[in-house]
Design a protein around this ligand. Structure first.
Ligand SMILES: [Zn+2]
Ligand SMILES: [Zn+2]
Length: 219
């Protein structure tokens, strides 16, 4: 049975002199449709991501993450895969808003942090869920299709493990943090969010402070 939780999308509208407010209920199917559009295709990862995010929001009691509650949530994701896109769609947490944090651990897990209450829940996909999908739909050879069918129907406790955790979101990591903008003494590029370091009395960006660890090299 698909999750019963409902979320809302709020939109202000104006037509001539008239103004209004529309509140639209979002259910699993609607959210999955949105995730499919944003991600480019429908896959088992989208189903897992939508359900993981819905469960996290439900546990935190956040019903309107993209409307009235949009400043309450920060989400940490531990993998850069399909499900991550779906989590961003459902929660409204995006990299460009500083509300989506990426920890590159290669794990299908995410932690949802409610900034207003300080509560946080970490949810991870269970290893056994793939085996359960095989048991439920042995007749479907294609793994992705097999999992897409199974992940829609499996209970939350079959799909996920969850634990309440404490997360310290430092001031400089918060969405909306205002920082001084400084200039690197070597490359001359601007540095935001206190990412500069001091070396021998000079202010440097991380790339210039440790050239060996740059992810690129000049040609
Ligand atoms: Zn995908
Ligand atoms: Zn620099």
């Amino acid at each position: 049975m698909p999750p019963a939780s409902t979320y809302y999308l709020e939109r202000r509208w104006r037509s001539g002199a008239e103004e209004g407010f529309t509140r639209m209920a979002l259910d699993f199917k609607t959210l999955l449709g949105e995730a499919e559009v944003a991600h480019g295709h429908l896959c088992a990862g989208q189903i897992l991501g939508v359900r993981m995010a819905m469960l996290g929001l439900e546990r935190l009691g956040i019903s309107d993450p993209r409307g009235a509650d949009r400043k309450r949530l920060v989400t940490y994701v531990e993998i850069d895969r399909c499900a991550t896109d779906a989590i961003a769609v459902v929660t409204g947490c995006r990299l460009g808003k500083r509300a989506l944090k990426f920890r590159d651990w290669g794990k299908m897990a995410a932690t949802f942090v409610d900034l207003s209450s300080g509560r946080a829940i970490r949810i991870a996909a269970k290893e056994s869920s793939k085996q359960r999908a095989r048991e439920l739909y042995p007749e479907i050879a294609d793994k992705n299709r097999q999992q897409m069918h199974a992940y829609r129907e499996m209970a939350d406790r079959e799909l996920f493990s969850e634990e309440w955790v404490a997360v310290t979101v430092e001031a400089q990591e918060m969405p909306g943090y205002k920082s001084a903008r400084v200039v690197c003494a070597v490359c001359g590029e601007g540095i935001n969010y206190d990412r500069e370091v001091e070396r021998d009395g000079r202010i440097l960006c991380l790339g210039c402070a440790d050239v060996a660890r740059r992810y690129y090299r000049a040609l």
